[in-house]
Design a protein. Structure first.
Length: 481
């Protein structure tokens, strides 16, 4: 990637910030981008691959990835289209996966629109978004984001509330979506009494179809690889080695795209999965057995992910959201029906729109409830609190996470805590007893009597004292007169 940026066909033009005429093939879906100093999503970004570039009367051809930023007209482009435009090339920032950035100064002119897998995915997204327009604004904007990752219609105020309550991950396709899709296909196959390999094959085909439907964006590829590794674990009968499979999935993703190592979303995804693998089942086991297991898991999973992601989140955005955990716990049960019913509605919205009304209505109702949860908790006092920046803030959040899990263990396992406290007290008492006997001797109670009278220890009685008579020297006592 570094060599491509320094020696590729766009390197010199990007370094000089030249104005160019460029011919590109669209590879992604347009996403709304806020323009500095303006309100509304009137700017759009989309990824593309270079076909040819003309700079300073010189035509160059080669392979390079470009991120396009443009205004009106760029929201209509679709993956697979070949377009021509003009603009200014700039160097890509650190951590970005593209070789250069193009600030487009003209509308895209479509040169070719041959059918393409990504174009088909884009058409499915547009068809699904059109099928949700009759829903309320919050549901119509949030539902396409939760199902296909299309956030172009998401209201700006709702996006802000989702960030405030720590629910932004619900607006993008992630590992949770792939896990739900895999789980649905596996349950369907096993309910038909199919063998494990055949069920795995059906689940793999379903996951591949979901990826093609959503589009091969980096986040989707990342989620698909995680799901594929979990599928391999199921087929091999090694479902207990979750940590091993997580390491394998992370290594595969980094080999496929090394630039993910500098991606904050990738880091948060790995940390969230690591927290679930290491802590979720243990936290769920601490909860008393009278609590339903699904409810225990619904609390343990987001809490485990929040514990490990917290330090990275405050490093990226120095603020604390005290309602993030409870908001995610409340919204968690609604994610499954939104994903399953929404995924069923995506192809129906294009092939038979009238059949998509029912699944869209069900998924839209759940999405509207998720939006209501975000708005409710974002409106509570203290929804966002300032946090220290830099290393001090990260260290403070690490300490806070450690204290939080310790307090949770003490509250949920109060009997075990009491037993350990009593044992610790006995150990300290025995240690002090030994140290006292070794340094200052031992003080015991003597129960044997020495024969002496103990009345001298008693206080003397008040009153006149009787004179004591003493015998005379002759052995006789003097008589009183």
């Amino acid at each position: 990637m570094a060599v491509q940026r320094e020696e590729g066909p766009l390197a010199q033009a990007a370094a000089d910030h030249d104005g160019v005429a460029i011919e590109i093939r669209i590879t992604g879906s347009p996403a709304a981008s806020m323009a500095p100093g303006q309100s509304g999503g009137n700017r759009w970004t989309v990824t593309a691959e270079l076909l040819a570039v003309t700079a300073k009367s010189t035509v160059a051809r080669g392979t390079a990835d470009v991120l396009i930023a443009g205004g009106d007209g760029w929201d209509k482009v679709q993956a697979g289209q070949v377009v021509r435009t003009t603009g200014t090339l700039k160097e890509a920032r650190d951590g970005q996966g593209q070789d250069a950035l193009l600030s487009a100064s003209s509308w895209p002119v479509v040169l070719d629109s041959q059918p393409d897998v990504r174009q088909s995915a884009s058409e499915l997204k547009h068809g699904f978004s059109a099928a949700t327009r009759w829903l309320p604004p919050d549901a119509a904007g949030l539902l396409p984001g939760m199902v296909t990752g299309d956030t172009s219609a998401l209201p700006e105020s709702l996006e802000t509330d989702m960030k405030t309550t720590g629910m932004t991950h619900l607006t993008a396709v992630s590992g949770a979506n792939c896990s739900l899709v895999l789980g649905a296909f596996i349950l369907l196959a096993r309910s038909l009494r199919l063998s494990r390999p055949l069920a795995a094959a059906i689940a793999a085909c379903g996951l591949a179809g979901f990826v093609l439907m959503v589009g091969p964006d980096p986040s989707v590829v990342r989620a698909a690889v995680m799901g594929a590794v979990g599928l391999a674990a199921m087929v091999g009968g090694l479902r207990g080695r979750s940590l091993t499979f997580l390491c394998v999935a992370t290594a595969i993703l980094l080999l496929l795209d090394p630039t993910m190592a500098a991606n904050a979303g990738f880091l948060l995804s790995v940390l969230a999965t690591l927290g679930i693998v290491l802590l979720a089942s243990r936290l769920a086991s601490w909860i008393p057995s009278r609590v339903p297991r699904w409810m225990a898991a619904g609390v343990a999973v987001p809490f485990s992910a929040q514990l490990l992601c917290g330090p990275v989140i405050v490093a990226l955005q120095p603020q604390f959201t005290p309602y993030a955990l409870i908001a995610n716990v409340v919204a968690g049960p609604l994610v499954a029906p939104v994903t399953i019913m929404g995924t069923l509605a995506v192809p129906l919205a294009v092939m038979a729109p009238w059949l998509a009304v029912v699944p869209v209505a069900v998924a839209g109702g759940c999405a509207a409830t998720v939006a209501g949860v975000a708005r409710f908790f974002a409106g509570l006092p203290g929804a966002t609190m300032p946090w220290a920046e830099g290393q001090a803030g990260v260290a403070a959040m690490v300490l806070c996470s450690g204290v939080s899990i310790t307090l949770v263990w003490m509250v949920l396992q109060s009997e075990r805590v009491l037993v350990r406290v009593v044992a610790l007290h006995a150990g300290v008492e025995l240690f002090l007893d030994r140290m006292s006997g070794r340094r200052h001797g031992r003080l015991d109670i003597c129960k044997e009597s020495s024969g002496r009278k103990h009345q001298w220890l008693l206080p003397k009685t008040p009153g006149p004292r009787t004179p004591r008579r003493t015998p005379s020297a002759g052995g006789t006592q003097a008589r009183p007169p």
